[in-house]
Design a protein around this ligand. Sequence first.
Ligand code: AMP
Length: 198
Amino acid sequence: MTAPARLLIVGPQGSGKGTQGARIAETLGIPVVSTGDIFRANIKQGTDLGQQVTAILDAGDLVPDELTSEIVRDRLSQEDAAGGFLLDGYPRNTTQVGHLDAFLAEGGAALDAVILLEVPREESIARLRLRAVEQGRSDDTDEAIAHRLDIYENETAPIISLYEPRGIVDRIDGVGSLDEITARIMSALGARNLGQLV
Ligand code: AMP
């Protein structure tokens, strides 16, 4: 058994947070909760939620906070998240930080660590263009990419200043090989005694 780890991975689109998040979660035996993945799955299945958010995702805008937070709250109340989780893509602005704090506090919990993957903007753009070709994501047009990076810089990056005073932010250099970056993250978590056998 490992101690529960409630983690958040933050970084600009194209920082590799999806890939790294999946690796870390697998190593720690916790589920990844990715709001982007939840929205995309709903769009694919044509659910009501999917229909509600298709145009928003295509434009690279944010889905309304209340709706997004409700979805995450439901997901985190499922049994597999009781032993920890890794959030990817949520919270994405300071309002969502408040929502998350409130519903974690109801269960007497709080985030244990925030992994901040730092990647220069030009590098993110280059990686996203590549992904657009490889995966054909409809929100990976040049315009939508620039728009999403602007939202990240203006709305998401400021959440770090809310978490920093809590002493839970680990800044990780996101440039390097996949294995190097995973090792950097695991060593930061290890320094917090997260993911250790108990
Ligand atoms: P991602 O896969 O994290 O890049 O998310 C893809 C898209 O889903 C974003 O561009 C938003 O339209 C939407 N989305 C994902 N997470 C959130 C969130 N926490 N709040 C609002 N919209 C979100």
